[in-house]
Design a protein around this ligand. Sequence first.
Ligand SMILES: Cc1ncc(COP(=O)(O)O)c(C=O)c1O
Length: 464
Amino acid sequence: MPRDLVPGLLARATEVLEAEFGALPAFEAALESAVDSAAMTRVLDATAQRLGDNYPYFHPLYAGQMLKPPHPVARTAYALAMTINPNNHARDGGRASSQMEIEAVDGIARMFGWAEGAGSYLGHLTSSGTLANLEALWIAGQLAPGKRVVGSEQAHYTHRRISAVLKLEYAAIAIDDSGRMNMNALETELQKGDVGTVVVTLGTTATGAVDPLHEVLALKQRYGFRVHVDGAYGGYFRLIPEALAEPARQAYSAIIEADSIVIDPHKHGLQPYGCGCVLFHDPGVGRFYKHDSPYTYFTSKELHLGEISLECSRAGAAAVALWATQRLLPLTPGGEFARGLAYGRAAALELDRRLRLDGGRYFQAPAAGAPELDIVVWKVNAEAPGRASELAQKIFAACAARDLHLALVELPLRWFEPQKVNGIKDSTGTVTCLRSVLMKPEHEAWLDRIWQRLTAACAEVIGE
Ligand SMILES: Cc1ncc(COP(=O)(O)O)c(C=O)c1O
């Protein structure tokens, strides 16, 4: 593991925090004095050993699922906030952290161009992307009762489930061979006249595909519906348009026109889990959240975040960690944070380039072209799709045996150049593919070593 900066940073920050409360009379915490410190040490040794039973998510050779280590400043700020353990439901439970949440969310809104002029959006943190999407679709349903929600076949699976919870009808729109929502298929659904909301995914979970938001917005002019952007994974790529291909760049530049946006700081935003965010362009939707709380909202006339959030208790520490991270690494194009995203993007393009250069010896990259963000998918070359799936599983395991952790994904066979199977072109159904999420800045420097392990695993499974 790399040298951990957090213990040192935390020791110092804790002293500063203790000084803030230095005027209070000293006391001994009952639970701490009841247990001897040797017992706590033993339990924590056992805890650390149990945590060893994990994939090494923090290491550059972990290039599988969407997992990115939180920044040391985020971890320190989170742990520091645990001394207070604030609750961002109301200012009564989290005075400083509520204000820090408002400021951190403002940083995110500005990244999307929404904070010009006071009151031009409403937003808050949530415990996850799923909860954030639930709030966005809940508001959508309030504004268009009885109308349907649609999203692409590659939209996150929770949209269908959230819609069922909210008792909104949901339909999946066909995708093109790049994994983006197909605009003809969308228009066919819109012509039925009962679509209230279109979920546009900027960065699909499986492949990082970017739906053409600008084209969806053009259809909105004609058919009138609400546009919800699910940028839980890909939202931060708004900061590096120069590193994206033209269609994705156009989609990101249209984000300012969305009605609501979800982004997950606990994915690309360097935060510990428990940090999603929802933003609404019209602050007026706050009326749907209106409720009374007989227990809270007493200490301040200012907005309590519980008044604009479906959840009651929320971790104030998540807001503190996000605030500290954005203070250190502002969400600005060309800044250090944006550079971190660009390294992962460059690693993805390089991996894709090598897969294509391989020329079918082991692999087939998707026929539509290079990845849109930093997620790479590829098929194993084999005489039949079933065999390609089987080999993908074996290569996945052979890579893991070399400490290289990839992921698997089921993709439409038609995304790849058709192969002749017994004289028949077989392109229906799906095939199990390899998938790599290259979201850590270190991935670029480690790509050679990732590639060596991948090809060594292939040589073992398939032969030289
Ligand atoms: C595009 C997209 N939307 C929503 C989600 C759900 O987010 P969470 O896991 O934070 O609930 C994910 C998770 O991977 C995602 O990729």
